[in-house]
Design a protein. Structure first.
Length: 323
């Protein structure tokens, strides 16, 4: 009988693993580490209720986390649905730490959360016509947390609006719509999260749930590409001075001061492949950015076990990178 080992997407054999061009040693630990992360979150359900209530101005009893069977898993996040009044749900989205290289490069999780929150804030202020879920608030692994301005009590909300108007009037940097808050110690959680709106299925389903069954439908595909094109054109109408990622700093200001945080960076660092781009690096030219992106591939060949299986493939890879 052939012995198999458990990976994220199913069982694999040694013969398959031997020929795979991925770091199987890292992949073998994924299932065990994911179970451990989920067990830790489940033990802290009461704290999750308090955190959601804190951002939504509700009582903890009004925020009910769902059963683990209803949790949603992606490549880099786990989402915990939380029921709130009005027959609605919000999602508390946690980074899956070992899939974003947190142990290899500490701080990746908070960097990811700051940049994702920054993207929501930038879209909200600059491209309101692009439909995205509402971001109610977020927290970092340190316990520092931020709440959307519309969920603040009336007096702090009014003061924040006045502050934004005065700063804008004098040509100063204006804080984002997400305000640093105190009053709830979330450092015990030791994990950051985003609290976002859950889009009901009556409005639409995730593309990942319908793509395989309906990707051959020409009408639906045309509609998808039309929507993506419209989004890209809307984004292109707002010029930005540098290539990088927007982030929300400790004071709640939106800044373009983080490295371009792409999937390739997170994936490389999760496989213990160094990425030679500092977190505070942004680019003034496309050429410099492209050259650093090419170094990802070179580092993979140097640092990833099983990155290449034969010499001809190695030569082809290096030639492709060079040209």
């Amino acid at each position: 009988m052939v012995r198999t080992r458990r990976l994220r997407r199913g069982e694999v054999t040694y013969s398959w693993a031997r020929n795979a061009e991925t770091n199987i040693l890292v992949a073998l630990e994924d299932h065990k580490k994911t179970i451990k992360l989920c067990a830790n979150l489940l033990k802290k359900s009461a704290l999750l209720q308090q955190a959601a209530a804190h951002h939504l101005r509700l009582s903890p009893e009004q925020c009910e986390p769902s059963h683990p069977k209803s949790w949603l898993f992606g490549s880099f996040n786990v989402c915990i649905p939380i029921s709130v009044p009005g027959n609605k749900e919000v999602l508390m989205r946690f980074p899956i730490l070992h899939r974003i290289g947190e142990s290899f490069r500490p701080g990746n999780a908070d960097e990811k959360l700051r940049c994702e929150a920054g993207a929501y804030a930038w879209l909200r202020e600059n491209c309101p016509s692009i439909p995205v879920p509402k971001l109610y608030g977020f927290s970092l692994s340190t316990g520092q947390n931020f709440t959307a301005i519309e969920n603040l009590p009336p007096v702090p909300r009014l003061l924040h609006h006045l502050r934004r108007r005065l700063l804008k009037l004098f040509g100063c940097a204006v804080p984002s719509a997400y305000i640093p808050q105190e009053g709830l110690d979330l450092s015990i959680l030791k994990a950051g999260y985003l609290l976002i709106e859950r889009i009901p299925e009556s409005y639409g389903r995730m593309l990942s749930c319908t793509w395989e069954d309906k990707r051959h439908d020409k009408g639906l595909r045309a509609n998808l590409f039309k929507g993506i094109s419209k989004t890209i054109l809307t984004l292109a109408q707002v010029p930005v001075p540098r290539i990088g990622s927007f982030m929300i700093d400790d004071s709640g200001f939106l800044t373009l001061s983080n490295r371009p945080l792409t999937l390739e960076i997170m994936d490389s660092e999760s496989q213990q492949i160094p990425v030679d781009i500092p977190r505070d690096m942004t680019y003034s030219s496309v050429n410099a950015y492209v050259l650093d992106c090419l170094s990802f591939h070179d580092n993979r060949l140097h640092f990833q076990p099983n990155a290449i299986n034969d010499s001809p493939y190695n030569y082809a890879n290096r030639c492709q990178t060079f040209f």
